[in-house]
Write a protein that binds this ligand. Structure first.
Ligand code: GLN
Length: 543
């Protein structure tokens, strides 16, 4: 296609309007036209990455294949586009400053005074353009976190201003705002949008396209008014009405010609509108699935916040659609679980998912949940810390080691069935000491995990410090908990399962990160299938 085109997505009026979904939808629509697209997120906070952030602050920490701890919006990008992102797709202010300061210390700036403009802005621009220069994408979509008007966003806006000036038609700005409805007046109000665009203009940026988030339909006169006041073409004012699912958004954007408007403005041929066949089939199947009686899956964890387990929730819901069933993910707070109330908490659950996590808080409750699920043969899926809890519970109850634990929870236990690797013991820096990113795993043929994957060689993403302790492996195997997935290089155990139960699998890795809309993850598909069969009885075998 020639030169890479750059699309910037900014937001105004309020946060949480769904810039990530709009960026993903634009990406999806351009990809459907045959373009090679990637999406990048800039986060204006000072942390180097979200790895050390509490999930209550910023939701789940997503992990890329190359081991970068990233913002959860990258999960949307991957789920929508079916692409794999990398460290270059998520940059924070902390990383920008760190890299400028490192260069300054090395003497790269030859004694000059280092300033926000041009040094910080140049570093931002370099990080935007390197995706185009190095990886030759046709389109790089850059989402700017935060809201226009925030102090933190200013260097990013200045960089966009400069790039728009330098790149001309090859750069474009999509601004997402909110149109509130005043019930007392019975009216939709455009004033906040006008103000937000003024704010952007005062930073020297004229948005090319406005996407208006709204709870009510926008009529033509409102769109005309916004166009007139904001210097934007009428057909570049796009309605972004609340949709039943985020997966409808690309279709709604396409119906209003958002992708065609982008192409026209960037001087590219528009051609026929792509059919989005597989995406539409998914949505159709989803509509049908969503009208069924839900299957309840308990999500046992300590973070009572939707976004803290974002990818797990998405993976379960996708697996529900592909099993033609609505899934209700019922959060069960592990901090409150005890032997006395576990029966009540897990009653009626078709399956139990024991979530990942760090630190001791809520672990006792997770172990209670594992014991209940194992002894009542409820399909159970343990992810990372969840898998570690499965191993600890088994060691305590079946192997007879009442003091079995993970070294993370009890440094001194002699039965440290989950332990830290020798070489990591001296590291004190909390960032970057974990096993992060994709690692190979060989799945044993005689296992439910293999049945799900249908292949021996897999690669899955990790984010943890502690590992299954191989010293106890034979004891586990002999007592019926099998180590069915192993890393071929390090011999670390990656998947455990109890084959005599309906579905009892724990993974040291995080399969949820690689479940996408059009390629749901095999373990989630198989877990949800087992949960449905558990709730309704297995289908009769054909005679
Ligand atoms: N806290 C555990 C570890 O570090 C598990 C981490 C996780 O669940 N992601 O090994």
């Amino acid at each position: 296609m020639g030169e890479t085109k750059y699309i910037f997505v900014t937001g105004g009026v309020a946060s949480s309007l769904g810039k990530g979904i709009i960026s993903s939808s634009i990406g999806k629509l351009l990809q459907a036209r045959g373009y090679n697209v990637t999406i990048q997120k800039f986060d204006p906070y000072i942390n180097i990455d979200p790895g050390t952030l509490n999930p209550y602050e910023h939701g789940e920490c997503y992990v890329t294949v190359d081991g970068h701890e990233a913002d959860l919006d990258l999960g949307h990008y991957e789920r929508f586009l079916g692409i794999q992102t990398t460290k270059a797709n998520n940059i924070t202010t902390g990383r920008i400053y760190k890299s400028v300061i490192d260069k300054e210390r090395r003497g790269d700036y030859l004694g000059r005074t280092i300033q926000v403009i041009p040094h910080i802005t140049d570093e931002i621009k370099r990080n935007i353009k390197q995706l185009g220069n190095k990886y030759k994408f046709d389109f790089v979509i850059t989402e700017i976190g935060g809201t226009v008007g925030d102090i933190e966003s200013l260097p990013y806006l200045e960089s966009i201003r400069q790039l728009k000036w330098e790149l001309g038609k090859d750069a474009l700005c999509v601004h997402l705002t909110y149109v509130p409805y005043l019930a007392a007046a019975g009216e939709l109000k455009t004033k906040p949008t006008q103000h937000s665009v003024k704010e952007l203009q005062s930073a020297g940026i004229q948005p090319d396209i406005l996407v208006l988030r709204t709870e009510h339909k926008l009529n033509l006169s409102l769109r005309k008014k916004v166009a007139l006041f904001c210097n934007v073409d009428e057909n570049a004012v796009i309605e972004n009405i609340d949709a039943p699912t985020i997966y409808e958004v690309p279709i709604l954007m396409q119906e209003q010609g958002l992708d065609a408007t982008i192409l026209r403005k960037m001087g590219l041929p528009v051609g026929d509108t792509p059919g989005l066949g597989p995406w539409r089939s998914f949505l159709e199947r989803r509509h049908k699935a969503e009208s069924t009686t839900p299957i309840h899956i308990a999500l046992v964890g300590k973070y009572d916040l939707q976004d803290a387990y974002k990818s797990i929730r998405e993976a379960l819901s996708q697996a529900g659609t592909y099993n033609d069933r609505k899934i209700s993910v019922d959060f069960v707070n592990s901090e409150k679980l005890t032997d006395d109330n576990v029966e009540g908490a897990l009653k009626g659950m078709a399956g139990v998912l024991i979530g990942p996590g760090f630190g001791e808080r809520g672990v006792a409750g997770k172990i209670v949940a594992v014991r209940y699920a194992r002894t009542h043969d409820i399909p159970t899926f343990g992810i990372c810390l969840g898998m570690q809890c499965m191993a600890v519970e088994f060691a305590r109850d079946v192997l007879g080691y009442a003091d079995a634990n993970s070294r993370e929870m009890d440094e001194k236990t002699p039965h440290n069935v989950i332990d830290i690797m020798e070489e990591q013991k001296s590291i004190t820096n909390m960032g970057g000491t974990m096993r992060l990113g994709a690692y190979e795993c060989i799945v044993k043929k005689e296992s439910k995990a293999y049945e799900a994957y249908g292949k021996e060689h897999i690669q899955e993403r990790h984010r943890h410090r502690y590992e299954f302790n191989n010293h106890f492996r034979n004891e586990y195997e002999a007592a019926g908990m099998k180590c069915v997935g192993v890393n071929p290089e390090s011999d670390l155990v990656e998947i455990i399962e109890i084959p005599t139960l309906k579905w009892f699998i724990g993974t040291q890795f995080h399969p949820e990160y690689s479940s996408t809309v059009l390629k749901p993850h095999p373990l989630f598909l198989s877990f949800v299938k087992a949960a449905i069969e558990n709730a309704e009885g297995a289908p009769e075998a054909e005679s």
